[in-house]
Design a protein around this ligand. Structure first.
Ligand code: FE2
Ligand code: FE2
Length: 546
């Protein structure tokens, strides 16, 4: 008779502890007849969790089971109807690994049933060297995990063949099309992420770098010293769910080799679950055109009723601060659509032409999504500012629907100006006035204001929307990067990581009424951990993780 044999926890633990008889995980997998080592790792994780003390050894040091030999070239790792996980990192030749991080990475891989893969890159400081990653000499610990060819991880490409110089300022430049429209991860020590435009109705492909498991080792000249500054010990987690959806996150290690991934912190080989994050910079909100699925996925917010009807990412990760960008859309009277009769007929027919209704919807959203364990922060943004422009430029005689509201807001605004109150924020005043309570717990950061988080770890600025760049230029991730600050911003609706500048996507609908053609927009959110390390997470079909 053949069939599945379930071995007892005691038998598995005893063999796992017996490193003399079973020196490699592969030996245990073979002994117990598992088809994949992930099944054994999951079982071990369960025993470790449910029966503390039964597992007495730390196998991370014994964890170097050699990879199966594979033919050179692209090959397929099939995605089965379950979640597949990989932890991808990079290693430099002739360079030692970061031991604490390496240990934590394997501990985490064991905990979540992920496979570790390392892409090698060469940077030899000596002359007359062939610079091929395949012939490079790498630290012994990483060798069982090294891949030298591109690997298909289900629908995602791990472009391990791409040997990018570690001193590259923009490691992903020119690589938009290499993965032929698919998501791709490239081995590199500097963290970068680019969203590649795709046809309307399809999700843009994200391409990104891994982070690195070897310590900084650069020539002490300009290029080397610059690269050392941006060297990130870390990895990228790839999750593929049973429907083939891709979820990737950046895992950046702190100085002690510890790291956080969503609600899990891995420190000194310990797994700590239920951890909070420090801050979330949500993608641009654009209230009247908010995506109902995204609103439900993050806050459990029902856009129809304005009620919280469940829990979501916000409750799972409990950020201490949450930032809202482009909270108003101001579609009711936006100057961009002034004089467009087709737009205004449609708006009026849909009953969405009252500015006061939109401001009331904003107030309702702020009240519903506030929590006493998190500070809600409204970031000054160009779409919020459209209200001020409307108060300055519109003619109320020609807008019967909004005339009274226009007069009321302008009366208050002018009264404050007469009193010499130059700090007065008419947007905050209008929103608070529309709320059932004064919204005293909500922080409204004015233009040129600041809201720093993670100050003990150097600080990250979270109150720059990103529409204004240096010296009057339009803001972009690239020109804001010149400010040499760590910034979480919005505005582009296109997710990116450029050095210290992380840009979220949007929480609004992909169709905002004015955009058309190929798009790199996505429902991407920036999450900041207490260590000041950050990740982007993208919501796909109502999920933010596999
Ligand atoms: Fe926006
Ligand atoms: Fe904006």
């Amino acid at each position: 008779m053949t069939g599945y044999v379930r071995h007892s926890d005691e038998a598995i633990a005893a063999a796992y502890n017996d490193t003399a008889s079973f020196p490699r995980i592969a030996d245990l997998v073979e002994h117990f007849g598992y088809k994949q080592d992930r099944h054994l790792r999951k079982r071990i994780a369960t025993i470790r969790r449910e029966k503390p003390g039964m597992i007495t050894v730390d196998r991370t040091a014994y964890n170097h089971s050699p990879r199966r030999a594979v033919a050179p070239g692209r090959y397929l790792v099939t995605t089965k109807p379950k979640v597949d996980r990989w932890l991808l990192t990079a290693a430099q030749d002739e360079t030692p690994i970061s031991e604490p991080f390496w240990g934590n990475l394997h501990r985490y891989a064991e905990h979540i049933g992920a496979e570790v893969m390392v892409g090698g890159f060469t940077y030899n400081k000596a002359l007359f060297e062939d610079h091929a990653a395949r012939t490079g000499v790498f630290a012994a610990a990483v060798q069982p995990y090294l891949v030298h060819d591109d690997v298909n991880l289900g629908p995602l490409l791990f472009a391990a063949k791409m040997n990018i110089l570690p001193t590259a300022v923009r490691p992903l430049s020119g690589l938009d099309s290499y993965s032929r429209g698919r998501w791709a991860v490239y081995p590199h020590a500097k963290v970068q992420l680019v969203s590649v435009p795709s046809l309307p109705g399809t999700h843009p492909a994200m391409i990104m770098t891994t982070g690195c498991c070897t310590v900084p080792n650069y020539i002490e000249k300009k290029a080397g010293l610059k690269a050392e500054f941006h060297h990130q010990i870390g990895a990228t987690i790839v999750e593929i769910d049973d429907a083939g959806r891709i979820f990737c996150r950046q895992i950046g290690a702190a100085g002690d080799g510890s790291f956080q991934d969503l609600d899990i912190v891995v420190r000194d080989g310990e797994i700590l679950t239920g951890q909070r994050i420090e801050q979330a910079t949500w993608g641009d909100i654009h209230i009247p055109k908010m995506d109902p699925v995204v609103a439900r996925t993050i806050w459990g917010y029902d856009v129809e009723t304005g009620e919280i009807t469940g829990t979501g990412l916000f409750h799972d990760l409990r950020p201490r601060h949450q930032a809202f960008h482009d909270l108003l859309d101001f579609s009711a009277r936006n100057h961009h659509r002034r004089g467009d009769p087709h737009f205004h007929v449609a708006l009026t027919a849909a009953g969405k032409d009252r500015v006061e209704d939109e401001v009331r919807a904003v107030a309702r959203f702020l009240r519903a999504t506030a929590a006493d364990w998190s500070t809600s922060v409204v970031v000054a943004s160009n779409h919020n500012d459209a209200l001020v422009r409307w108060l300055r430029e519109a003619d109320p005689r020609l807008d019967a629907v909004n005339a009274r509201y226009w007069c009321e807001l302008n009366a208050e605004y002018m009264r404050r100006l007469e009193q010499g109150d130059r700090e007065f924020d008419i947007i905050a005043w209008a929103i608070k006035r529309a709320a059932p309570d004064p919204l005293d717990d909500i922080v409204f950061v004015p233009r040129n204001g600041s809201y720093l988080v993670c100050q003990a770890a150097g600080g990250i600025e979270t109150a720059l929307h990103g529409d204004e760049g240096p010296n009057g230029a339009r803001g972009s991730a690239l020109n804001m990067n010149r400010m040499a600050m760590r910034i979480n911003r919005g505005h582009d609706h296109t997710a990116s990581i450029v050095d210290g500048v992380y840009t979220s996507g949007l929480c609004g609908l992909m169709d905002q009424g004015y955009n058309s053609g190929p798009s790199s927009w996505s429902h991407t959110q920036t999450l900041t951990y207490p260590s000041a390390k950050r990740t982007l997470v993208t919501i796909i079909d109502g999920k933010y993780r596999a």
